[in-house]
Design a protein around this ligand. Structure first.
Ligand code: NAD
Ligand code: DAU
Length: 349
């Protein structure tokens, strides 16, 4: 069975990937994670006693610990998701984003290259270093157009600048040293186990607590939403069939303004958890995010035509599933809201 090293497997997307691989017996997995504020071991409850699942506590910036993980687990492939991922936090404390996202990725590349060079030729041929990145590296779109793999990089936030930088390092390790790398740039994910500082879970949980639903600026910024398990199937497909050295954009054509997203959540909650007032009455327009990118939208033609990927959820079905998941899984989010993050405004300067 294939052996996959996943970094950041206790995070939102990483845990969805680990659950998917282990539940479907697709690979033996080592989850290498530092368990920052964003990492939650509880997201892995359903697989943590499975013999296909292993956990190594460690920082991706710690060269020796990363070397040990490679030496002992002997991966056939690495899917690198560990990162500082929240734009608002990158405005408050950018240094951690440079450390983890840039230096951490460079550390992993260095260790992976040494490891790869010592593999026998057949294992070298199939080894992949896959960097899970974001559409935010491409900057902001106007009213029209889409990001393709050829769109020039133009990041605006410390978060997207750090991800752009790590993408460049990954590409450099392929072009200079021949390491078989892959880069995937995905749009906004949503779904179960999403840390409640991001727009969709924050809105659901604030609404359930009858608290204000903060919408930045006029709520006119557009994001392109993808259900997290559709991202996971795309990642696995790229890992299996993607061409080394290539980039694949991932997105499902689900553009919405932020105000539309918040209003849709309110309407679903009006039905599933009726309250004395419509939930929309909680919507509150607040100061905009500094450097707020106007619009993101992915052109997924390459992954669809080259690899045959198709998402399974549209935004309406995926959002309804997500709201129901939060209603049914208070055991997961209540301790996070009480102990880690209660919903205070981040990144407003
Ligand atoms: P997340 O913030 O939910 O999880 C990040 C994980 O990385 C956590 O488990 C955390 O403990 C771990 N981590 C952080 N710093 C670490 C370090 N120094 N060493 C080891 N582990 C560390 O992030 P996410 O939303 O699941 O995103 C995962 C990846 O996908 C990121 O690289 C992100 O840039 C990218 N991405 C996210 C989205 C999205 O919408 N969430 C979209 C496109 C790409
Ligand atoms: O595009 C992919 C990116 O999507 C990923 O690379 C990031 O890791 C991920 O966090 C996400 O970034 P965003 O900044 O788009 O996500 P966030 O949920 O923070 O915000 C979504 C939009 O909603 C954004 O335009 C800002 C706005 N917003 C956000 C919050 C938290 C609000 O209006 N109110 C809020 O309270």
């Amino acid at each position: 069975m294939k052996r996959i090293l996943v970094t950041g497997g206790a995070g939102f997307i990483g845990s969805a990937l680990v659950r998917y691989l282990v539940r479907n017996k697709l690979a033996e997995v080592l989850n290498y994670d530092k368990i920052t504020y964003a990492g939650n071991s509880s997201s892995l409850k359903e697989v943590d006693s499975d013999p296909l699942y292993h956990f190594a506590y460690g920082d991706i910036c710690d060269l020796q610990a990363v070397e040990k993980a490679f030496r002992t687990f002997k991966p056939d492939s690495i899917l690198h998701l560990a990162a500082e991922s929240h734009v608002d936090r990158s405005i408050d404390s950018p240094a951690e984003f440079v450390r983890t996202n840039v230096l951490g990725t460079a550390t992993l590349l260095q260790v992976a290259l040494d490891y790869w060079k010592r593999l026998p030729p057949d294992k070298q041929e199939t080894f992949r270093f896959q960097h899970i990145s974001t559409d935010e590296v491409y900057g902001a779109l106007g009213e029209e157009g889409f990001f393709t793999e050829k769109t020039p990089y133009a990041p605006h936030s410390p978060y997207s600048a750090s991800k752009a930088s790590s993408d460049h390092f990954v590409r450099a390790w392929h072009d200079t040293f021949g390491l078989p790398t892959l880069i995937t740039n995905c749009s906004n994910n949503y779904g179960p186990y999403h840390f409640p500082e991001k727009l969709i879970p924050l809105t659901i949980l604030n609404a359930l607590d009858h608290k204000a639903l903060p919408v930045y600026g006029k709520g006119a910024n557009v994001r392109d939403w993808l259900y997290v398990y559709d991202h996971v199937t795309a990642l696995c497909l790229v890992n299996e069939k993607g061409r080394p050295g290539e980039t694949y954009n991932i997105g499902g054509h689900n553009e919405r303004t932020n105000l539309q997203v918040v209003q849709s959540i309110c309407r679903i909650l009006d039905e599933l958890a009726p309250w004395e007032k419509p939930y929309e009455s909680l919507i509150t327009f607040v100061t905009d995010r500094p450097g707020h990118d106007l619009r993101y939208a992915i052109d997924p033609t390459k992954i669809e035509t080259e690899l045959g990927w198709k998402p399974s959820e549209n935004f309406d079905t995926g959002l309804a599933r997500t709201v129901r998941w939060y209603l049914d899984n208070e055991w997961w989010w209540r301790p996070i809201r009480e102990k880690k993050y209660a919903g205070r405004r981040l990144g407003s300067l």
